[in-house]
Design a protein around this ligand. Structure first.
Ligand SMILES: NC(=O)c1ccc[n+]([C@@H]2O[C@H](COP(=O)([O-])OP(=O)(O)OC[C@H]3O[C@@H](n4cnc5c(N)ncnc54)[C@H](O)[C@@H]3O)[C@@H](O)[C@H]2O)c1
Length: 259
């Protein structure tokens, strides 16, 4: 593959939650496709490892430790990225977390924390990145939602609410900024083999919801691998998806089609 035939040649990308799981897979794939990558995460050691792995493979990346639910940290991270790369063409709002707990047991703090990490973070990051994208003539935003934004599961009322909010935020950004040449789409994965996904599977099984290997096979054939979601993110981030805007792409091997 020549440099210019790479699908993200010449682009600069920011990926939140890039230290592990699907975010890490997106960082590696986007860099392999020619993007310069800023890896944002709260996990510093793993985040630095991802940036170093990209560097060893001949790509360009750096890590910024940032809690993306905190506006000052978001502003600092975006300013640092613009200082290093000069522009941000692609923003992947991937960072997020999970709560598997009944609604009755969910405290106000639990609720506020989940909304902050899963939804407010996307508002803060997008608000910080948009002015530069508009000034540069356009950009692409990919927000990680979940099939839990479309279908509800027991013990996940707060989580499902955050993921539904991400879908609506995605549509609203797309509608508001379409005429600035900005596309914004959502990814909706099912169970993926990441720390988050394995924690969710274990918690649901412990509560008696069938997320066994057979249960997962019934819903989605098998567990999804992080790289499979990264390839869907690459499609949305690349010019191949130039007329896809305001959409939600399920990556679930029929789970939602059958429900
Ligand atoms: N794994 C699944 O089965 C699954 C399915 C659907 C959607 N998702 C979504 O994927 C995301 C989780 O990613 P993953 O599955 O790759 O898991 P993961 O736990 O491996 O990765 C999540 C990353 O986000 C980072 N992060 C969490 N809070 C942060 C914060 N406040 N600031 C900066 N970084 C933060 C973590 O440190 C971690 O590196 C969430 O948005 C989740 O809703 C996961």
């Amino acid at each position: 593959m020549t440099e210019s035939s790479k699908r993200l040649a010449g682009k600069s990308a920011v990926i939140t939650g890039g230290a592990g799981g699907m975010g890490r897979a997106m960082c590696l794939l986007f860099a392999a496709e020619g993007a310069r990558v800023a890896v944002l995460d709260v996990q510093a050691a793993q985040g630095r490892d991802v940036a170093a792995e990209i560097g060893s493979a001949g790509g360009e990346a750096f890590f910024i430790e940032a809690d993306v639910s905190q506006s000052a940290q978001v502003e600092r991270a975006v300013a640092e990225t613009l200082g290093r790369f000069g522009r941000i063409d692609i923003l992947c709002n991937h960072a997020g977390t999970l709560l598997v707990q009944s609604l009755i047991e969910t405290t106000e703090d639990d609720w506020d924390r989940l909304m902050a990490v899963n939804v407010k973070s996307m508002f803060l990051m997008t608000r910080a990145v948009l002015p530069g994208m508009i000034a540069a003539g356009g950009g692409v935003i990919v927000n990680t939602s979940s099939i839990s934004g479309m279908t509800a599961a027991p013990m996940e009322s707060a989580y499902c609410t955050t993921k539904g909010a991400v879908l609506q935020l995605t549509r609203a950004i797309a509608v508001e900024y379409r005429d600035k040449n900005i596309r914004c789409n959502a990814l909706c994965p099912a169970f993926v083999r990441t720390a988050h996904g394995l924690r969710e599977i274990a918690a649901l099984n412990a509560l008696g919801w069938d997320a066994s290997e057979q249960g997962i096979a019934r819903l989605q054939g098998r567990i999804c691998e992080p790289e499979e979601v990264a390839r869907a993110a690459l499609f949305l981030a690349s010019d191949d998806a130039c007329f896809v805007n305001g959409a939600s792409l399920v990556v679930d091997n029929t789970w939602t089609a059958a429900s």
